[in-house]
Ligand binder design. Structure first.
Ligand code: NAP
Ligand code: MG
Length: 396
């Protein structure tokens, strides 16, 4: 059987620990036997980040800008303990943060659904994709405790001074900001991703209460939609709509899924944890970073699964779920195929996703899923990390 050819390389960002082990196995067992895999490889493993003073992360981000599509393995974000463990010269920043900043991108998270693992909300039959604006608001807020009360003002560069409150007694204050440019980038990433996945886009905030701040978000989204995306949305048969955050929450719970929900920073932080839990398992949650000018980086939402890695190092059997990482690869391959008009590659990526889901639905899965799985006539069987990939390969 001749292998599927690729014309443009995929930017490949390798990572750490158990996911690094799975990464190599996915390539060997699922991809390389069938594709003439063409990647530009960047090793974002912590040792290499240390060796290059984290230049490798910046280089990888530049490569994604150049080629347009990347796929990333989970990586360690160093903390004090990791500095010790890896003898680091510095507590390097989170690679995801660095790449997100370089691409000015927005992260979209969506669960992989399989028959047998039912979302806690029974009417959710399609995935709900959540997008979080990862800039500003309370995450870069300025706060103070005002022990004796008194007058607190906001002063603007043009000299305007607004009284926040003449505080009669002790209390707290907070000032937050956002930037038109960041909101516009967020909006464009959301519109691009909606077009790319042919799903409706919802955006919610609290503009009835926050008449300047949240209203600015609403206005920027509306203006960009009207001027740049409306026609393309109509052609694609998808919809953009804005609603209040409380109304959005109610609609989400009643919906059957199948749309993108764009959230402000705090809403997205909170709601993404709710959705991940309600859909069943973090190990089944995929993630894609989309830049305002349409560059894509695919990954799993979970981390490097450290506990399993230490078992693996001791030579013990592991049963680590590779689904989100497989879908990071299939997502990136599909996007590459679409950009290069490579039908064979597109069909392979679709087959890979179907084979992965079919394997689980027929009862073969990693142990984390066994307790969640309920399907009439199918008894779930927990298998090892590699056995799962082999079982999937047999269906390709
Ligand atoms: P984690 O790697 O997501 O794992 C937390 C726990 O969730 C695991 O111990 C495991 O539970 C379960 N789990 C997660 N993914 C799984 C999978 N694929 N298969 C089976 N079980 C899975 O989070 P963490 O332990 O907080 O972080 C570990 C490292 O990952 C940290 O160094 C952190 O910096 C990094 N991290 C990276 C990213 C990223 O690159 N995107 C994201 C988050 C964290 P059991 O142990 O109970 O089996
Ligand atoms: Mg959170």
């Amino acid at each position: 059987m001749s292998k599927i050819k690729m014309t443009t390389p995929l930017v490949e960002l390798d990572g750490d620990e158990m996911t690094r082990v799975l990464w190599a196995a996915i390539k060997d067992i699922l991809l390389k036997p069938r594709i003439d895999l063409k990647t530009e490889y960047y090793d974002l493993g912590l040792n290499e980040r240390e060796r290059t003073s984290d230049k490798v992360t910046l280089d990888a981000a530049e490569a994604i800008k150049k080629y347009g599509v990347g796929v990333k393995c989970a990586t360690i974000t160093p903390n004090a303990q990791r500095v010790e463990e890896y003898k680091l010269s510095k507590m390097w920043k989170s690679p995801n943060g660095t790449i997100r900043a370089a691409l000015d991108g927005t992260v979209f998270r969506a669960p992989v659904l399989v028959d047998g693992i039912k979302p806690l909300v029974s009417n959710w039959v399609k995935p709900i994709t959540i997008a979080r604006h990862a800039y500003g608001d309370v995450y870069s807020g300025v706060e103070a405790y005002v022990p004796d009360g008194g007058k607190v003002y906001i002063e603007l560069p043009d000299g305007r001074k607004t009284l926040v409150k003449d505080m009669p007694s002790a209390g707290i204050i907070q000032a937050v900001h956002n930037l038109d440019k960041s909101i516009a980038g967020f909006a464009r990433s959301c519109f691009n991703y909606a077009l790319s996945t042919k799903q409706d886009l919802w955006f919610s905030s609290k503009d009835t209460i926050s008449k300047v701040y949240d209203h600015r978000f609403k206005d920027i989204f509306a203006e960009i939609y009207e001027n740049e995306y409306k026609t393309r949305f109509e052609e694609a048969g998808i919809e953009y709509f804005y609603t209040l955050i409380d109304d959005a929450v109610a609609r989400v719970m009643r919906s059957s899924g199948g749309f993108i929900w764009a959230c402000k920073n705090y809403d997205g932080d909170v709601m993404s944890d709710m959705l991940a839990t309600a859909f069943g398992s973090l190990a089944m949650m995929t993630s894609v970073l989309v830049s305002p000018d349409g560059k894509f980086e695919y990954e799993a939402a979970h981390g490097t699964v450290t506990r399993h890695y230490y078992k693996h190092l001791k030579g013990e059997a592991t049963s680590t779920n590779s689904v989100a990482t497989i879908f990071a690869w299939s997502g990136a391959l599909k996007k590459r195929a679409e950009l290069d008009s490579n039908r064979e590659l597109l069909e392979f990526a679709e087959r890979l996703e179907k084979a992965t889901v079919d394997t689980i639905e027929s009862g073969t899965m990693t142990k984390d899923l066994v307790g969640l799985f309920r399907k009439e006539g199918v008894t779930p069987k927990g298998v090892g990390s590699i056995e799962f990939l082999q079982a999937t390969a047999e269906r390709l």
